[in-house]
Design a protein around this ligand. Structure first.
Ligand code: ZN
Length: 113
């Protein structure tokens, strides 16, 4: 499962970061999940619980921040929110759209003691 490998990755990065900072406990991990990243948030939360087991992140909360998808029309040079990669410009109905935000999953913050 896609979300499982992401969850393992998040836990590994958090543990490494905690280690580098001499932290003993990870309280929470904030991740930004783009609406167009193809990640199911519920599934990610579920997998995280399995992945954090018996690690330094065992008691950490996973906080998921949803980032809306954003497209940019090259024809009229405007940006707009979108839920899909396959979208038309809301202004000119054109197809010269570049997706500029909401494609990624990234760790925003790791809060440690
Ligand atoms: Zn346009």
């Amino acid at each position: 499962m896609h979300e499982m490998s992401l969850a393992i990755n998040i836990v590994e990065i958090a543990c490494q970061t905690a280690d580098q900072n001499g932290a003993v406990k990870i309280n929470s991990i904030e991740v930004e999940v783009g609406k167009l990243a193809g990640v199911l948030e519920d599934s990610l939360s579920f997998c995280f619980k399995a992945a954090q087991n018996k690690t330094a992140a065992e008691n950490a909360q996973l906080e998921i921040i949803s980032i809306p998808g954003k497209g940019h029309c090259k024809t009229c040079n405007i940006s707009f929110n979108t839920e899909s990669f396959f979208t038309l410009c809301p202004n000119c109905k054109g197809i010269s759209i570049e997706i500029i935000d909401g494609k990624d999953l990234k760790i925003r913050a790791i809060n440690v003691d």
